[in-house]
Design a protein around this ligand. Structure first.
Ligand code: NAP
Length: 125
């Protein structure tokens, strides 16, 4: 516990220095929290195409505006907001179809979207 607190409060992880030019990356749940911070980080690393995948496109568009590099040109990153609701099977299938038909490459998926629940609940049965 004390080691965990020390790690969280007093230490910073090493900052990656990769150049993601030419790469396409999807981050799910990127409209808030860790996903949004991850998206900002990928833009700092020069990613070429970034897909903010979220269940509320308006939230995603608002989040996109908070990524500094999307406000000031020139930027190497093209950021897009795509809808996916992981509670809705049709939405997941449709997102997959969009990925396979609209992306010419996919280098990574950061599957960050999720909720912390006390009870297990099935979506759509
Ligand atoms: N923060 C921590 O200390 C911590 C620790 C361990 C694990 N995690 C995990 O790390 C991930 C991010 O955590 P966070 O603290 O950044 O959480 P957060 O701020 O609540 O963000 C969760 C994101 O997931 C999205 N999401 C939830 N259900 C979804 C669904 N059915 N379909 C599509 N998107 C959905 C949310 O969208 P909406 O805005 O529309 O709700 C939001 O964008 C979660 O999976 C969490 O369980 C976090």
């Amino acid at each position: 516990m004390s080691q965990s607190l020390r790690g969280q409060m007093l230490q910073s992880p090493a900052i990656p220095s990769a150049n993601l030019l030419g790469r396409t990356i999807i981050v799910t749940g990127a409209n808030s929290g860790l996903g949004l911070d991850c998206a900002k980080h990928l833009v700092r690393l020069n990613v070429s195409r970034l897909i903010i995948a979220c269940r509320d496109v308006n939230k995603g568009e608002s989040a996109k505006k908070t990524i500094p590099e999307t406000q000031s040109l020139p930027s190497n990153t093209a950021t897009e907001v795509w809808e996916i609701d992981q509670n809705d099977f049709e939405s997941v299938v449709s997102f997959g179809h969009r990925v396979s038909t609209q992306l010419d490459r996919l280098d990574a998926v950061i599957a960050n979207a999720g909720v912390d629940m006390t009870d297990f609940v099935l979506a759509e049965g």
